[in-house]
Write a protein that binds this ligand. Structure first.
Ligand SMILES: Cc1cc2nc3c(=O)[nH]c(=O)nc-3n(C[C@H](O)[C@H](O)[C@H](O)COP(=O)(O)OP(=O)(O)OC[C@H]3O[C@@H](n4cnc5c(N)ncnc54)[C@H](O)[C@@H]3O)c2cc1C
Length: 471
């Protein structure tokens, strides 16, 4: 081991292992799996990529990574926070037909998330493979802990749309204000956790393999800046590296190269709409902390097959991106779009994802290179048809709300994903005794609603299941 190796830290456990539990990842799943264990006094280490906004270099501000995405998309909306996914293109390589956002930052993707939440229905939880009663209990605790807010002020668009929806009672769908948690960054939560003497945060590590031994788990990693290898030992391991990277670590650890496993992401239609009732009205100031209204189905017999729609105002920062969809010279299109922008509402329609032969991932070993995760996503013809029919109905409802669709963009840039790994009812990895999974890699379906509140609730449940072993 190297003299300055962070793994030389040991919290000295009763059985001589370096740590009671190692958690890999510091996003919403890692932090909420770790919290009950730390609170109970167990020795917990969190091993993480840990890239930090404080250490953002000049070079990063130029956003070189974005150019590397296969389809050439620029992640304009997270540009300013590029440290969040810097190095992922190099250290966590993906070959995919869609753009996938991953993170090696302290706090993971929560550093840029929008904080829109919703509770999954009993049917959705059952279809994912989660116990509804336990998750409902966790929802209550997590909502309190992260200060979920049900009454964030709404902007002009949302107020007008809600008022119109009330007058024009919709039978099939309901339109309501989604609970929001803003600002919530798990990196701030980690700062609080650092005050516990039985917790240590170990950044700058990329975990690549885990090995289960008789009485401990070995976690092998290399430092991101120097590439030195290290090994940590813990009685139990909780993987929370985001579903793609937990899957990657486990496939590699079990030498499952070329093995097709599930990858779930949502079909997503983005529809900029002209909001007629807002024309000529002055919208609120540039305040960013607005609540968001959403539309979901009222039909309770639909099981987990429900769409979810988020409605948000057009962000002027997207103007340059929108230009590519206008068939007019830029000199005319730009002022036209700038004038229309305050009256545009973005309708973001998402459909749930189910396992299918058309959507999968597999780890490829390439000689002399890093292993690459190959991801393929395509809707089946039945899904395409179902989504199209559903979208036609949704469009009718948009018109009835005074929203005139300007264009339908099928957007396949995703940060909502799941699947890849099998676990038992406690969250323990298939055929293992000491490895648990806290993120959405264990999910069998991905509902259309925003997933992170449920990711946190499940992670907390998994952390408590590990705690029971020590009691
Ligand atoms: C712009 C944007 C907006 C979003 N808005 C919403 C929203 O409004 N509502 C919602 O519900 N969701 C939203 N999301 C999605 C949300 O951020 C994710 O669902 C959530 O962060 C997933 O949490 P996680 O802990 O599973 O994974 P992540 O947040 O991805 O965290 C993974 C962690 O693992 C670490 N890691 C990964 N690989 C390794 C490795 N090999 N070795 C060591 N460490 C590793 C990383 O450093 C990171 O800390 C949004 C995402 C983005 C990008």
């Amino acid at each position: 081991m190297n003299a300055h190796d962070p793994y030389e830290i040991s919290l000295r456990t009763d059985n001589g292992n370096q740590f009671d539990i190692v958690v890999v990842g510091s996003g919403p799943s890692g932090v909420h799996a770790a919290y009950p264990l730390i609170k109970a006094g167990l020795n917990v280490a969190m091993i993480d990529g840990g890239l930090d906004s404080q250490r953002q270099s000049k070079e990063l501000q130029e956003f070189p990574d974005a150019k590397l995405t296969k389809s050439g998309h620029y992640y304009g909306f997270v540009k300013e926070s590029s440290y969040v996914f810097n190095k992922t293109f190099e250290l966590l390589p993906i070959k995919s037909n869609i753009d996938i956002i991953q993170s090696l930052a302290m706090g993971g993707l929560s550093e840029v998330w929008h904080g829109i939440c919703d509770f999954f229905s009993e049917n959705e939880l059952l279809a994912i493979g989660l116990p509804p009663d336990e998750i409902k209990r966790e929802y209550k605790e997590i909502s309190k802990l992260i200060k979920l807010n049900f009454r964030t002020p709404l902007d002009l668009h949302s107020r007008l749309l809600l008022a119109k929806a009330k007058r024009n009672i919709q039978r099939e769908n309901s339109i309501y204000q989604a609970p929001l948690v803003f600002p919530y960054r798990t990196s701030s939560f980690i700062e609080k956790l650092k005050q516990f003497k039985n917790f240590v945060y170990i950044p700058n590590q990329s975990v690549y393999r885990v090995k289960e031994k008789k009485d401990h788990v070995e976690i092998q990693s290399f430092s991101i800046d120097k590439k030195d290898e290290s090994i940590a030992r813990a009685s139990f391991l909780i993987l929370a590296a985001g579903s793609i990277n937990t899957t990657r670590i486990l496939l590699r650890s079990r030498k499952l190269y070329n093995f097709k496993t599930s990858f779930l992401t949502k079909a997503n239609y983005v529809v900029p709409c002209l909001h007629l009732s807002s024309l000529g009205k002055k919208n609120d100031s540039k305040k960013s902390r607005y609540g968001q209204i959403v539309i979901s189905t009222k039909e309770t017999d639909r099981g987990a097959d429900s769409f979810f729609i988020q409605l948000y105002r057009f962000n002027p920062l997207f103007l340059h991106k929108a230009l590519q969809y206008v068939v007019l010279p830029k000199i005319i299109a730009f002022p036209l779009l700038s004038a229309l922008a305050p009256y545009v509402v973005i309708v973001d329609v998402r459909f749930p994802a189910f396992e299918s032969d058309m959507t999968f991932c597999k780890l490829k070993k390439e000689k002399g290179k890093r292993d690459t995760l190959e991801i393929f996503f395509k809707e089946t013809s039945e899904e395409l048809l179902r989504h199209r029919m559903e979208y036609d109905k949704i469009t009718r409802q948009l018109w009835s709300l005074g929203l005139v669709p300007l264009r339908t963009i099928i957007g396949y840039t995703t940060s909502h994903y799941a699947g890849g790994v099998s676990v038992d009812k406690n969250g323990k990895f298939y055929n293992s005794r000491r490895i648990y999974v806290a993120d959405s890699s264990s999910w069998k379906i991905l509902p259309a609603k925003p997933p992170t509140l449920t990711i946190m609730a499940n992670a907390s449940r998994v952390g408590k299941n590990v705690l029971k072993i020590f009691k």
